[in-house]
Design a protein around this ligand. Structure first.
Ligand SMILES: [Fe+2]
Ligand SMILES: [Fe+2]
Length: 268
């Protein structure tokens, strides 16, 4: 990869993996209090969001195939993709088991949903590793925020099972966001202006992965707003804290946007 040294990428992966192995491993079988679920905490919005998140997590084959191929020349990045894929695979499993074990979806309904979801294919929104690092930092943080909102909602409704699932998943998503954020930071150190332009580009085009591929997309979006996943929360809890952590001011981002516009104007 003609970006960052392999030494940096490998070190970042090892730091991530060590923490994951020592402090973050959890089991779908042993760590979720499945037996404590009660009928009175049934809530269709909560179930609908769990199903939507399951749908997004189910594009895993596309995420891994495309992601791995993009970074295959870097040991650190490629090994991250594989470990990331293992963690994401548990997210889908826990959500699916939640819907089935709580009786809120039947096996048949889930199978039908799965086949609708997988009848479409996810493709990468950007074609360069650096833009995908930026995208990863924002996207994983948005995913963390979504599970945190669902966690709060589950606690309010007294659903200890959904709450615990969301707590484990949100912790993984926060670690993923942190990994990409540190990679982004290293890119900014290496080439501030170039990375800043990529950042401005990715922020301008940002969409959550796969939501628009899911069946009943508009309805799902409306339900997510009910549990507090919207643009305002995105700016407050995702974008602004990420920019702050990597040391990019809003002014710099606006300046980079102007540069991009001018460059694109010249291209036309
Ligand atoms: Fe996930
Ligand atoms: Fe993630």
């Amino acid at each position: 990869m003609d970006l960052l040294s392999e030494e940096t990428l490998y070190r970042q992966y090892m730091e991530f993996f060590e923490l994951a192995e020592r402090r973050r491993r959890w089991s779908v079988f042993d760590d979720i209090p499945w037996d404590t679920w009660q009928e009175q905490s049934r809530d269709e919005n909560l179930a609908q969001c769990a199903e939507t998140f399951l749908g997004v997590e189910m594009y895993l084959p596309d995420y891994v195939a495309e992601g791995l191929n993009l970074v295959r020349e870097s040991f650190g990045q490629a090994w991250f993709q594989v470990n990331w894929g293992y963690e994401e695979s548990k997210h889908a499993l826990a959500l699916k088991e939640f819907l089935l074990r709580s009786g809120q979806r039947t096996e048949e309904q889930i199978r039908e949903f799965e086949s609708k979801v997988l009848s479409r294919r996810w493709t990468m929104p950007h074609s360069t590793p650096r833009r995908m690092f930026v995208y990863g930092a924002i996207q994983e943080k948005t995913t963390w925020m979504s599970y945190r909102q669902q966690l709060n909602r589950a606690r309010d409704l007294g659903d200890p099972v959904m709450a615990e699932i969301c707590r484990y998943i949100a912790r993984d998503e926060a670690a993923h966001a942190d990994f990409y954020r540190r990679t982004l930071q290293a890119c900014l150190q290496e080439d501030y202006e170039g990375t800043l332009k990529d950042l401005a580009h990715v922020v301008r085009e940002f969409r959550m992965p796969a939501y628009d591929l899911l069946p009943d997309y508009d309805k799902r979006l409306a339900v997510m707003q009910v549990i507090g996943i919207d643009r305002e929360v995105f700016f407050r809890d995702v974008l602004m804290p990420t920019l702050k952590k990597v040391g990019v001011s809003r002014r710099d981002l606006v300046r980079a946007r102007g540069l991009l516009r001018r460059e694109q104007g010249e291209d036309e």
